[in-house]
Design a binder for this molecule. Structure first.
Ligand SMILES: C[S@@+](CC[C@H](N)C(=O)[O-])C[C@H]1O[C@@H](n2cnc3c(N)ncnc32)[C@H](O)[C@@H]1O
Length: 392
């Protein structure tokens, strides 16, 4: 039996149940085990993927992509080689954009577009990982959000989940706050197509091309985990665009991880350092979590608050078990980039597997952890004079 990402999310919802902005959720061993099983089950890739078509916005051409990928599965390299340029190149039609994907040597499917810098795969295994990560973060932060918007959400406001991915956060919030209206955008149609709450709307959009919303439209904007998606220039554009669509007086919130392991061993550090090199070379901002507060201030945001949570990776707690699983799944997904960047260390599948195992042992023995950052701030309200000349 396979568990789809959506079913998996439903399971996890009952494991961690932070209520809106309140704290206190419990972890349950049975469910932790089931999450492990589920991640193993995602290895039944093609049949899982086919089942998912019904619950996401992917259309039937995604089905063709699956068939293509199955036919083009090829052996992984036995010696160091750069990420293959194009093995199974396939195009997937979506409602509003042509999106191209390619399958890499590790059998995973990645974006293959000049206008997309995102390094993680665009496949069902990744959807499962993102679902899982949502629940880990909500548990670790004790809440789905940090900004003081609970009352406004209860009364009914308009919310954007920027780069919503499979929309785990959007759907959860839409259920908790039925009087608010939620919009999710992403370059990939991982979000639900038709089966979704009435107060949820999704559309494909590239943040770098500008958002399909008028100025001053949202009361609250949430964006999470874009550190391996945006270049330095992309961050500039994105932040300006988000400010444009945020209402005066509205709140904006970011959650980002810092690629850094505290109390890590040498192998764990090499994973993280190599990832940083990859990001640097691609003009991305590995340190965005340390820059965001200043950037938010530079955009004129007020009432900025920041909170850091350190996720354990080896202290034997349930949250640590899950965090490690998420961490190792992320690095498995990043294999083509790391193998290409550091072939001596990571260049063959066997080496890569061994290094992940070594890193797990290090994290366990050193009780390592990784930091996550949350920020929120408020767009200044209009002065009486400005309000008088601003069309509503
Ligand atoms: C790590 S996932 C995070 C998903 C979701 N925010 C969450 O935290 O559950 C990053 C998402 O950013 C999307 N993305 C990357 N670059 C983008 C861009 N330029 N415009 C819109 N979405 C983008 C990816 O497709 C992916 O779904």
């Amino acid at each position: 039996m396979h568990i789809s990402g959506t079913e998996f999310a439903a399971c996890l919802r009952h494991v961690f149940r932070p209520k809106g902005s309140s704290t206190g959720s419990s972890l349950d061993t049975r469910n932790v085990n089931s999450s492990k099983q589920s991640s193993q089950k995602t290895n039944g890739f093609s049949s899982l993927r086919r089942r998912k078509q019904s619950s996401t916005a992917r259309d039937s051409s995604a089905e063709e992509l699956v068939m293509d990928s199955k036919q083009n599965l090829f052996d992984r390299p036995t010696s160091a080689s750069p990420p293959p340029t194009s093995t199974a190149s396939a195009s997937r039609k979506s409602s509003s954009a042509e999106s191209k994907s390619r399958q890499m040597s590790n059998g995973r499917i990645y974006h293959d577009r000049d206008d997309v810098h995102y390094l993680m795969p665009d496949d069902d295994e990744e959807i499962d990982r993102i679902h899982q990560q949502h629940w880990i973060l909500s548990h670790a932060f004790g809440s789905h959000f940090e900004a003081p918007v609970h009352d406004a959400l209860s009364k009914g406001i308009t919310v954007l989940d920027s780069a919503c991915g499979p929309a785990t956060w959007t759907l959860e919030l839409a259920e908790l706050y039925p009087d608010s209206t939620f919009h999710g955008i992403d370059i990939s149609p991982q979000f639900p197509g038709q089966i979704k709450p009435q107060n949820c709307n999704f559309q494909i959009a590239n943040l770098l091309d500008g958002l399909p919303f008028p100025d001053n439209y949202f009361d609250y904007i949430h964006q999470r985990l874009m550190v391996i998606a945006l270049t330095r220039e992309g961050w500039e554009k994105t932040l300006k665009e988000l400010m444009r669509v945020l209402k005066p007086g509205g709140w904006i919130e970011f959650k980002e991880l810092l690629p850094r392991i505290d109390n890590g061993g040498p192998v764990t550090h090499r994973f993280v350092d190599t990832l940083r090199q990859v990001l640097d070379q691609r003009g991305m901002c590995p340190e965005i979590a340390l820059e965001l507060e200043d950037r938010m201030r530079g955009l004129g945001l007020e009432n900025i608050k920041q909170r850091t949570v350190s996720l354990p990776l080896g202290d034997k707690s349930k949250i640590s078990e899950l965090s490690w699983e998420s961490f190792s799944r992320s690095f498995q997904a990043l294999e083509p980039w790391l193998a290409s960047e550091s072939p001596e260390e990571f260049g063959t599948p066997d080496k890569y597997k061994d290094r992940i195992r070594d890193a797990e042992m290090e994290c366990n023995s050193l009780q390592s952890s990784g930091p996550w950052y949350a920020f929120y701030g408020q767009k200044p309200s209009l002065t009486a004079n400005e309000a008088a000349v601003t069309p509503q």
